[in-house]
Ligand binder design. Structure first.
Ligand code: SF4
Ligand code: SF4
Length: 142
């Protein structure tokens, strides 16, 4: 995976909606998605502008669905790092929301979480603008 941070700068379709897709090259895609047919009632979303990157939330997640987003300097990726939550794996247990010392993780109703993600997750490596997939592929494969 590229060490460069991926800032979401999505293309838009003809209706003006952002085209965001899963980053097929992120290592999280090798992890299992949540089991069960019914989606969780709640999902967690990180308000990244308040996240210090302390990693406390990561330790308490039972399904390993919180991912680090490196800071902007590839030579020092821990500086200004943040986290994001993979909505495809979150089971809504609320551990992270309770544990975050900065109270920057909010639990949303399942459908509302996807809208909140689009405004509160400012940088992502899990979900990227569709037009960035080829660029990421070139960085990894050459
Ligand atoms: S709500 Fe639970 S499952 Fe979802 S990201 Fe937080 S700790 Fe992980
Ligand atoms: S516990 Fe809160 S501040 Fe720390 S990394 Fe997680 S979301 Fe960010």
């Amino acid at each position: 995976m590229s060490t460069e941070n991926t800032t979401i700068n999505p293309t838009v379709n003809e209706d003006g909606e952002a085209i965001i897709v899963e980053n097929p090259f992120h290592t999280a895609r090798l992890k299992p998605k949540r089991k069960g047919k019914r989606p969780p009632k709640l999902l967690a979303v990180v308000h990244q502008s308040g996240c210090t990157g302390c990693e406390v939330c990561i330790q308490g997640c039972p399904v390993d669905s919180i991912e680090l987003v490196p800071g902007p300097n590839p030579l020092n990726p821990q500086f200004n790092q943040t986290v994001e939550i993979d909505l495809a794996r979150c089971i809504g247990c609320q551990n992270c929301s309770v544990d975050c010392p900065w109270e920057t993780i909010t639990m949303y109703e399942h459908d509302d979480a996807f809208t909140a993600w689009s405004s509160e997750t400012l940088k992502s490596e899990l979900y990227v603008a569709e037009n960035e997939v080829e660029e990421i592929k070139k960085k990894i494969i050459g």
